[in-house]
Design a protein around this ligand. Sequence first.
Ligand code: OGA
Ligand code: MN
Length: 277
Amino acid sequence: MRTLTIEKLSESVGAEILDVDVDRLLHDEDLPGACLDALEQYGVLLFRELHADDDAQVAFGRKLGPLRAFPDVPPAAEEVMEVSFDPANANAEYLASNVFWHIDGLSDDVAAKATMLSARIIPADGGETEFASTYAAYDALTDDEKEGFADLHAVYTFEAIQRRSYPNPTQAQLDEWASRPPREHPLVWEHDSGRRSLVIGAFASHIVGMDFDEGRALLEDLEKRATTPDRVYRHTWSVGDLVVWDNHGLLHRACAFDRSQPRVMHRSTIAGREPIK
Ligand code: OGA
Ligand code: MN
């Protein structure tokens, strides 16, 4: 097999895969395994200006794991969701919260293993995507904190992230948010790999058994410490870039841009199999 040529994108997280074109993406049978290993190691993989179309994105994604279908969304393809803040997009209302640090799907049964995002239309300025490792966030805790957090659980809700965009929600919004059940997870995720990460970000509502405000303050402090600039990789998009990130060990968010300009990304989601435990 040809080995991957990899260049780190920042000290803390991210790597660019340098020698893959669409032909290799689709036909090198060793590539998916090598990419999954690299994903575990680097958290974010960038295929710069790859220009994979939806079919190629889906075909490669399926080799990384089962893809989630998006039946409710007018799709580019069944397993591709258009990510756009354009009010004409059916998802735009809830996607607005992508600007807050989050792990995808914490209110789902099992959070996605990985997310693939490719840039189709980008604004002239801004609209980058930022990434920060929640493994690194755990590793940076003091020994006392590691001990103190070992048995903590938090509650994760769709409402918690949506409230950041809509602090004064309508009843219809509250009802729609409540249709996704709250989830309780350990604050520290002990992965099958043996690594540990913090389960933090905008889905986190409060800590079980702790005063509500005290719990929120702890969650906010952990999020802040996990995302200081020295811990963040900020990806500036070019059209055709494909980025894959390890949703089990990363926070991510979209950066600000002029919302009168279009920004269209195509997303595919590799389903999770490992519950948070
Ligand atoms: C997502 C997401 C960020 C972005 O698609 O899950 O958070 O920069 N996207 O569009
Ligand atoms: Mn997201």
